[in-house]
Write a protein that binds this ligand. Structure first.
Ligand code: DX5
Ligand code: ZN
Length: 233
């Protein structure tokens, strides 16, 4: 049985009530909390920094005390200093866009040395080539199914093909190394397309507006899980 993870993006949450929103979405069944960092340089939008990550870290727990993964998606340039700050602030995973780093291998190593897992993010038009050279230092691959910068955009179907290409590489890598790398998809994921993304190979699903845009977060997450269960059947 495959493990699927749902990662609500707090970009679409009510920032004035962020702690409550995180609690609510965890009670509703979130596996990860996806945290979008935008710098008005790499992307044309400005969001939240390490101080906010540190403030919400204590909220990333279920009622039974178990930890929920704080999944930080950096859309910033340069990457290194902020990546380290987020790892220190409590990020469990720090992902970045390879185009935004001068030295991708070094940035991956810096993140791991700071105690977090490291992720690489590929935009709709980005080639996957770099992945082959650094896979040993990558814990998560994030395929963007929108251009980064905003919540609420439409899913770009070409991402399905890219997910399948990455799935092949990660399966082959697991065969030779025994190591599991997560495959996350981000942008325009809804109840009606999550199954397609899973069938293409994704195991971790970011959803912002689809979850926070509805009153009943649990109903959306349950509906997503029902779709995912049908993929496995
Ligand atoms: C976009 C962000 C996404 C965004 C997803 O740049 O990386 O995580 O919040 O939002 P939806 O699910 O609304 O497309
Ligand atoms: Zn994101």
């Amino acid at each position: 049985m495959k493990t699927y993870r749902i990662a609500p993006s707090i970009l679409s949450a009510d920032f004035a009530r962020l702690g409550d929103e995180i609690r609510a979405v965890i009670d509703a069944g979130a596996d990860f909390i996806h945290f979008d960092v935008m710098d008005n340089h790499y992307v044309p939008n400005l969001t939240i920094g390490p101080a906010v990550a540190q403030a919400i870290k204590p909220y990333c727990r279920r009622a039974d005390g178990s930890a929920v993964v704080l999944d930080v998606h950096l859309m910033v340039e340069p990457v290194d200093a902020l990546a380290q700050m987020f790892a220190q602030a409590g990020a469990d995973i720090v992902s970045f866009h390879p185009e935004a780093s001068r030295h991708v291998d070094r940035t991956l190593q810096l993140i791991r040395d700071a105690g977090a897992k490291a992720g690489l993010v590929f935009n709709p038009a980005s080639s996957l080539e770099v992945l082959d050279h650094v896979l040993d230092k990558v814990d998560l691959v994030l395929i963007m199914s929108v251009n980064p910068g905003f919540g609420g955009q439409s899913f770009i179907p070409q991402a399905l093909h890219k997910l399948a290409l990455v799935r092949e590489r990660l399966d082959a890598y697991r065969e030779r190394s025994g190591r599991e790398v997560l495959l996350e998809v981000d942008g325009g994921i809804k109840t009606d397309n999550i199954a397609q993304a899973a069938a293409a190979g994704a195991d971790t699903f970011v959803a912002g507006s689809a979850i926070f845009g509805q009153r009943d977060y649990k109903a959306v997450i349950d509906a997503m899980r029902a779709q995912l269960a049908a993929v496995q059947a």
